[in-house]
Design a protein around this ligand. Structure first.
Ligand SMILES: [Zn+2]
Length: 124
């Protein structure tokens, strides 16, 4: 996958971004922790334990790969909730699609931020 080039705007580093300790998927909280070393050694970037309400992301990943991996794990949670099963292939293309869509449409992200601030998302 090629990254879109953003002239003169350096990507933020992990130190400049505060990732949440908890994300919400389907109205449920999931704690976000570093991936266990064994999984890192196997080349895994992220995991989710849906029953335990935990998402694990390798802390060594850069910001963009952390976000894509978060989307990947969130899609697994949605697949489990809606389909009763998970698909690696669907999560792989879905996470890349959503990530790229949000990168390419910052105005949409701003609208979501305004919804969050106003609390309108709870009305849906
Ligand atoms: Zn997966």
């Amino acid at each position: 996958m090629t990254k879109p080039k953003r002239e003169n705007i350096p990507e933020p580093t992990k130190q400049e971004i505060s990732f949440p300790d908890t994300i919400f998927c389907g109205g449920r909280p999931f704690t976000v922790d570093d991936l266990p070393e064994l999984s890192k050694s196997e080349g895994t970037l992220g995991l989710c334990d849906i029953r335990a309400g935990k998402v694990y992301i390798d802390e060594c990943l850069d910001v963009a790969l952390t976000l894509k991996t978060l989307w990947h794990e969130a899609l697994h949670i949605a697949q489990n909730d809606f389909l009763g099963d998970v698909s690696e292939e669907q999560s792989r293309w879905g996470s890349l699609f959503v990530h790229q869509f949000l990168i390419e449409n910052p105005a949409i992200v701003q609208i979501y931020q305004q919804l969050h601030v106003s609390g309108n998302e709870a009305a849906e």
